[in-house]
Design a protein around this ligand. Structure first.
Ligand code: ADP
Ligand code: MG
Length: 812
C-alpha cells in the first residue's frame, strides 16, 4: 500500500484521470493493449503508472513482478516525470527511476522506470520479449515520432510472441536481469505483458484500425478534459522580423498591462530561447525590490544551474530535432531588441483592451528557459512556485506542448513554428527545418493557457496564415524521412524483419518509389520488395553484415545522420581521411541537386536567367519582320557566345580534377563561398541561385549535426574552405567510390570475356558503350559530363542513370 502526503493526495483527486482509475485498471486487466486518450494535464503520465503500481504490478511477489516501463519521446519528460512520480508515491529515485541517453537512476530496486523510447528500443535488441517488464506504457503516442511508431510496431510483435510462447511452454523460465547479474526473476510466459498506449488527442485510428498491428482493435478509454475557455488572439499581420523579437514585444505587453498569471512562450530551439531569456532578464528584474540579499543570492545560484553544459559523448546518441542548432538563418542575433520603439507599436491591440490594469512598469518577471539539453535541475525549476511578487514566464520548446504541464499558466505566446525533420520526396533532400506547426499542435499550445482558469493565447501570426498555411495535423515522422533512413534506423535497433513490419502508418508509396529510383534495385531478383533492395545496398555500404543481415558498428553510426546512408558513409570516411569539410560540401551539393543551368537550357536562357524564359512571345509577334530577322541574328550570336562562356565556366570548375563531375561541384561550392555567395557569381557561372543557397544552408546544418554528434570532431563552421590538397583529392575520389560502390560501370570492350577490343584507342567518349552492374543494356557517358569530351576511362563511378533513347551515365 502507498501512503501519500495529504497535499499530494488532494491534488491527485482533482485530476480527471483519477476518477477513471477503476475503469482503466479493469480495461488493462482484461486486455493486452489499452489506449487512453486524455487532454494534456488530465494526469495520464503521472497517474497511470501509479495505478499500475498500486494494482500490484512490479511487486516481486505478485502475479506481475516485472517492471512498469513508461516511454517518452523526450528526455526532459522522462526525467521530470520520474521525479514527480517518485515524489507522489513517496519512493526514492532508485525505485522510481529514469534512463535516458546520458544518464540513469535505475537500480536493482527499480520498480517504475521512465525512459525515452530510444532506450526501450535498444533494450529490445537485447531482450526481444521484454522479459523484465510486466507493463509498458507508451506515452505521447499522438506525437507520432519515428521511435514511437516503431516501438508500437515491435511491441505488437512482442505481445504475439509472448502469447504463443505461453501456449507452447507453460514452464517457468529463468531470466537473467542484465542490469544486475545476480538477481534472477522467475517469469512464466503465461504472465502476459500489458501495453498501454497514451495519447493527448483522439486521433488514434492508425493504431486501432490497423489489422497488421493488433488483430482485435484495442479498447479506447477517453478521459474527460477539464479545460477552461481560452481566447485566441491572432496577430493582424505575420511579422517579417523574426519571431523572437515579436515574442519579446508580446511578453512585454502582457507583463506590463495584464493581470497576474504565468506566461508560457513557445519557440523552436535552445538558441532562440537563450536569446529571449537574456533579453527579458535584462529588461525586467527577476525579484521584487523587497527581496532580501539572501533571496537574491539564491536566485543567482539557481540561474547558474543553466550554465552547466551537457556533454554529448554517447555513440548511440538520440538526436531530438530541437537539440539541433541550425546555424545561420535561424535567428538574427544582430537584432537588438532595444532598438525597437515599442510604444509606437499600436498595430495589434487585440486581447489587451478588456482587462487593462496597469502594472508597475518594472514589475519582476521570473524568466525560465525549458529545452531538452538544459541541465535537469534547471528544467525542474518550471514546476516550482515563482518567488513571491513575481510573474512566471517559461520560454520553452515543443516539450511544453503536451509532455509537461507547467502550473499556473494563464497566457500562452505561440510563435507557431516548430523545428523538425523534413523530407522532400521529389529531391530526396532531408533536413531539419523550422516551419509552421500544424493546426492541431497550435490548438494544443493554446490549451496550455486554460489549465487553471480562463486564459489567453497570443499567436504571433495572422489568422490567414493559420488558415492557409498550417496543415490540419502534423505528419508522422516516418513520412518525413526517406525509407532507406527508416530501414537503417530499424536495422540499428536490430529489427531484422523490416519487410513485413507492422508500421502504424506504413511508409508512403511515393517514398518507396523514390527509394526505388535512388538505388539500383536489380541487385535483387526483380520480384522482391524495395525493402530487400535497400537491405542489399546497406550490405554493400558495410552498414549491415551481408551474412547475418545485422547492423554493423559503422551502420550504427551511419544511422545517426539524417541522410541517405551512402552520404552518411561518405561523411564517416571523410572524417577518417581529414576531408570532412569537402565531403560535407559534396554531400550537400549532391543532396540539393545539380546547381548548373543545364547546357541544353541555354537555348532559352541567357546567362544568369534561371528557368523563367519565354513569356514575351506575344511582343515578338507584334514586331516587324525585319526587326525579327535582326533579332534572330543577334539572338543566334548571343546563344553562341553564351554557349562558349558556359563551356569555359565548366572547364574552369573542372580544374580541380578534369575527370570528375562531383569534384567540379565541390569547386563550384568553394568558389561561390569565396566570392561571397553572391547572385552575381551565380549569374556569371550559370548557376541557379536558389540551389546554391540551399547547398550553403545544408552545409551549415550538416556541419552542426556532425560537430554535435561525432565525439571529438571539430569541423570548421566557416563556410569558406581552402582548396583540397592533392592527397585530399585522391582521398575524395576514393570516398566517392565507396559511397557509390553499387554504381560502377566498366567500358564494354573491357567487360566482355576475351576482350577483343582491348587496347583500342578512342578519340572521344561519343558512342563508347559501358556496362553497368545491373543491366545488360549499354550505357553511354552523358554529354553534360566533364568526361564527355575526353577519352573514355576504363571505369566510371556514376551518380545517375538516365533512361532515354540511350542510357546515359552521369557522374565521376
Ligand atoms: P498528462 O500526462 O495527462 O498531460 P500529467 O500527469 O503530466 O498529465 O500532469 C498532471 C498534473 O500534474 C498537471 O496538472 C501538472 O501540473 C502536475 N504536475 C506534473 N508534474 C509536476 C511537477 N513536477 N510538479 C508539480 N506539478 C506537476
Ligand atoms: Mg503526459
Amino acid at each position: 500500500t502507498v501512503k501519500r502526503k495529504p497535499g499530494i493526495q488532494q491534488a491527485r483527486m482533482q485530476l480527471p484521470v483519477c476518477a477513471e482509475e477503476q475503469t482503466i485498471m479493469e480495461a488493462i486487466n482484461n486486455n493486452a493493449v489499452v489506449i487512453i486518450c486524455g487532454e494534456t494535464g488530465s494526469g495520464k503520465t503521472t497517474q497511470v503508472p501509479q495505478f499500475l503500481y498500486e494494482a500490484g504490478y512490479s511487486h516481486p511477489d505478485s502475479d506481475n513482478p516485472g517492471l512498469i516501463g513508461i516511454t517518452q519521446p523526450r528526455r526532459v519528460a522522462a526525467v521530470s516525470m520520474s521525479k514527480r512520480v517518485a515524489m507522489e508515491l513517496g519512493l526514492t529515485e532508485h525505485e522510481v527511476s529514469y534512463q535516458i541517453r546520458y544518464d540513469a537512476t535505475v537500480s536493482p530496486k527499480t520498480r517504475v522506470k521512465f525512459m525515452t523510447d530510444g532506450v526501450l528500443l535498444r533494450e529490445l535488441a537485447q531482450d526481444f520479449l521484454l522479459t523484465k517488464y510486466s507493463a509498458i506504457v507508451i506515452d505521447e503516442a499522438h506525437e507520432r515520432s519515428l521511435n514511437t511508431d516503431i516501438l508500437i510496431g515491435v511491441v505488437s510483435r512482442v505481445l504475439r510472441l509472448r502469447a504463443e510462447l505461453s501456449k507452447e511452454d507453460q514452464e517457468k523460465v529463468k531470466v537473467n536481469d542484465d542490469d544486475n547479474g545476480d538477481t534472477f526473476w522467475l517469469i512464466g510466459w503465461e504472465v502476459p505483458l500489458r501495453v498501454i498506449i497514451m495519447s493527448a488527442t483522439l486521433r488514434v485510428s492508425d493504431f486501432t484500425l490497423n489489422k497488421t498491428l493488433f488483430d482485435k482493435p484495442p479498447p479506447v478509454l477517453k478521459v474527460d478534459a477539464r479545460q477552461y475557455p481560452v481566447s485566441v488572439h491572432f496577430n493582424k499581420r505575420t511579422p517579417d522580423i523574426d519571431h523572437v523579437t515579436e515574442a519579446f514585444k508580446k511578453i512585454r505587453k502582457i507583463h506590463t498591462r495584464l493581470p497576474a498569471g504565468g506566461i508560457l512562450v513557445f519557440l523552436t530551439g535552445q538558441n532562440e530561447i537563450s536569446v529571449l531569456c537574456k533579453k527579458l532578464r535584462k529588461k525586467f528584474p527577476p525579484l521584487s525590490p523587497k527581496a532580501s540579499a539572501r533571496q537574491r543570492a539564491v536566485e543567482k545560484e539557481k540561474e547558474a544551474l543553466e550554465e552547466k553544459k551537457e556533454v554529448v559523448t554517447a555513440k548511440n546518441a538520440e538526436v531530438e530535432a530541437e537539440d539541433l542548432e541550425l546555424g545561420e538563418g535561424e535567428i538574427d542575433k544582430n537584432v537588438d531588441l532595444e532598438d525597437f520603439d515599442f510604444d509606437e507599436d499600436t498595430e495589434d491591440e487585440e486581447g489587451f483592451t478588456d482587462e487593462e490594469e496597469e502594472q508597475e512598469p518594472d514589475a519582476p518577471l521570473h524568466v525560465l528557459p525549458l529545452y531538452s539539453l538544459l541541465p535537469t535541475a534547471a528544467q525542474l525549476r518550471v514546476f516550482d512556485d515563482p518567488p513571491p511578487g513575481t510573474r512566471l514566464c517559461v520560454v520553452a520548446t515543443n516539450v511544453a506542448e503536451t509532455s509537461l504541464t507547467i502550473p499556473g499558466v494563464k497566457y500562452v505566446v505561440d510563435c507557431g513554428k516548430v523545428k523538425e525533420r523534413r523530407y522532400d520526396s521529389t529531391t530526396g533532400v532531408q533536413s531539419f527545418e523550422i516551419g509552421w506547426t500544424s493546426k492541431a499542435s497550435a490548438d494544443q499550445r493554446a490549451g496550455r493557457a486554460g489549465r487553471t482558469g480562463p486564459g489567453h493565447c497570443y499567436r504571433l501570426f495572422s489568422s490567414a496564415v493559420f488558415d492557409n498555411e498550417f496543415e490540419q495535423f502534423s505528419t508522422p515522422e516516418i513520412n518525413r524521412m526517406p525509407i532507406e533512413g527508416v530501414v537503417l534506423s530499424m536495422k540499428s535497433m536490430n529489427i531484422d524483419t523490416v519487410t513485413n513490419f507492422p508500421f502504424p502508418t506504413p511508409p508512403e508509396r511515393e517514398h518507396m518509389a523514390k527509394a526505388e529510383r535512388h538505388f539500383r534495385f536489380d541487385l535483387c531478383p526483380p520480384s522482391t520488395s524495395p525493402l530487400c533492395h535497400i537491405t542489399q545496398l546497406l550490405a554493400y555500404l558495410g552498414a549491415i553484415d551481408s551474412d547475418t543481415k545485422r547492423v554493423t558498428e559503422l551502420g550504427r553510426t551511419m544511422a545517426m545522420f539524417p541522410l541517405s546512408p551512402r552520404f552518411s558513409k561518405m561523411l564517416l570516411i571523410g572524417q577518417q581521411h581529414d576531408c570532412l569539410p569537402y565531403v560535407i560540401a559534396i554531400v550537400s551539393a549532391l543532396s540539393v541537386g545539380d546547381p548548373f543551368i543545364k547546357d541544353y537550357h541555354l537555348d532559352d536562357a541567357r546567362p544568369g536567367d534561371s528557368d523563367d524564359g519565354g513569356s514575351d512571345n506575344e511582343d515578338v509577334a507584334r514586331r516587324e519582320v525585319k526587326e525579327i530577322r535582326r533579332e534572330e541574328v543577334a539572338e543566334k550570336e548571343r546563344r553562341k557566345l553564351a554557349r562558349r562562356m558556359y563551356y569555359k565556366v565548366q572547364t574552369k570548375h573542372a580544374g580541380l580534377d578534369p575527370t570528375s563531375d562531383i569534384l567540379k561541384l565541390l569547386n563550384v561550392v568553394g568558389a561561390y563561398e569565396f566570392a561571397g555567395a553572391t547572385e552575381k557569381f551565380c549569374e556569371d557561372n550559370f548557376l541557379r541561385p536558389k540551389a546554391m543557397d540551399e547547398i550553403h544552408k545544408l552545409r551549415g546544418q550538416l556541419t552542426n549535426l556532425i560537430t554535435t554528434n561525432l565525439p571529438g570532431v571539430d569541423v570548421l563552421v566557416d563556410p569558406r574552405m581552402c582548396p583540397p590538397t592533392p592527397i585530399q583529392l585522391r582521398a575524395l575520389r576514393q570516398i566517392l567510390a565507396a559511397g557509390f560502390i553499387d554504381s560502377v560501370a566498366l567500358r564494354a570492350d573491357l567487360a566482355s570475356a576475351g576482350a577483343a577490343g582491348k587496347g583500342r584507342k578512342f578519340k572521344s567518349t561519343r558512342g563508347v558503350p559501358y556496362r553497368v552492374m545491373w543491366s545488360d543494356e549499354d550505357a553511354y557517358i552523358h554529354p553534360g559530363s566533364v568526361l564527355y569530351h575526353d577519352s573514355p576511362p576504363e571505369m566510371v563511378v556514376y551518380q545517375e542513370v538516365f533512361k532515354a533513347s540511350r542510357v546515359w551515365l552521369k557522374g565521376e
